[in-house]
Design a protein around this ligand. Structure first.
Ligand SMILES: C[S@@+](CC[C@H](N)C(=O)[O-])C[C@H]1O[C@@H](n2cnc3c(N)ncnc32)[C@H](O)[C@@H]1O
Length: 222
């Protein structure tokens, strides 16, 4: 049976890290995608004193830009692979005095083990694009509950119009997404309902992000 995402295939991280492909396996387009995330956060008011959680942070494509910006110690990251986070830390974080590697946390189910409660802003970029809707529906209530001081959550998804949902769908950037395998697309109504069910007020914004992803901005309180 096909794994739910490439990341869930047995041996995926070991094989990629052995080949030194830590940038490629988060999707490449390293500079552009790191910059887009940084710009999104700044446009949403991220300040140096905020505590930021990067969920599914991978190899620090955002971390290498945002760690120098934030006050030291204010960046936390989770990922399905702790090894990928640590490789990103080793290779991409220039001033290591600004980030304690204990703040890079392996987390398979969005349980946020060891993440402090006083996170202000969270971002989950190009993660739910690789997961079925049920994972988004399960993750959002956990994030809402475990981060009581959260001011903003930003995440990305692929969407398909209702009429095209059941089939493969070509996104504006050329990526073909699917209803039943990765990269996954969802219906706009389902994504917004999942956010509402988790007590978030959510909006999906244009324009399209790299690969045709859409940004969902969530504020606490439905
Ligand atoms: C396309 S990459 C994006 C990485 C990072 N957000 C970025 O934009 O550079 C997807 C990431 O999601 C992680 N991931 C996949 N499933 C996950 C899960 N259930 N919980 C946490 N991270 C997950 C992968 O390990 C990978 O690092």
């Amino acid at each position: 049976m096909k794994p739910i995402s490439p990341y869930h295939a047995p041996g995926f991280y070991d094989a990629a890290l052995t080949k030194d492909r830590h940038r490629d396996i988060v999707g490449g387009r390293w500079e552009e995608t790191g910059l887009v995330q940084m710009q999104l956060l700044l446009s949403q008011g991220l300040d140096r004193h905020h505590k930021l959680l990067d969920i599914g942070a991978g190899s620090m494509r955002l971390g290498c830009r945002v760690v120098p910006y934030l006050n030291p110690g204010n960046y936390w990251a989770t990922d399905l692979s702790g090894a990928l986070l640590r490789r990103g830390y080793d290779r991409e974080i220039v001033d290591k005095s600004r980030l304690n590697p204990a703040q890079l946390i392996e987390d398979t189910d969005f349980d946020l083990p060891g993440v402090p409660e006083d996170i202000d802003v969270a971002i989950c970029f190009a993660v739910f694009t690789h997961l079925p809707l049920s994972h988004l529906q399960a993750a959002l209530p956990k994030l809402r509950q475990k981060l009581p001081r959260l001011q903003k959550l930003l995440f990305t998804v692929f969407l398909a119009p209702d009429a095209a949902h059941a089939k493969p769908h070509r996104q504006p950037d050329g990526v073909v997404t699917h209803p039943d395998r990765f990269p996954w697309h969802h219906r706009e109504t389902e994504v917004l309902q999942a956010a509402r069910d988790a007590d978030f007020q959510a909006t999906l914004s244009d324009p399209y992000l790299p690969r045709g992803q859409r940004l969902c901005l969530c504020l606490p309180g439905a």
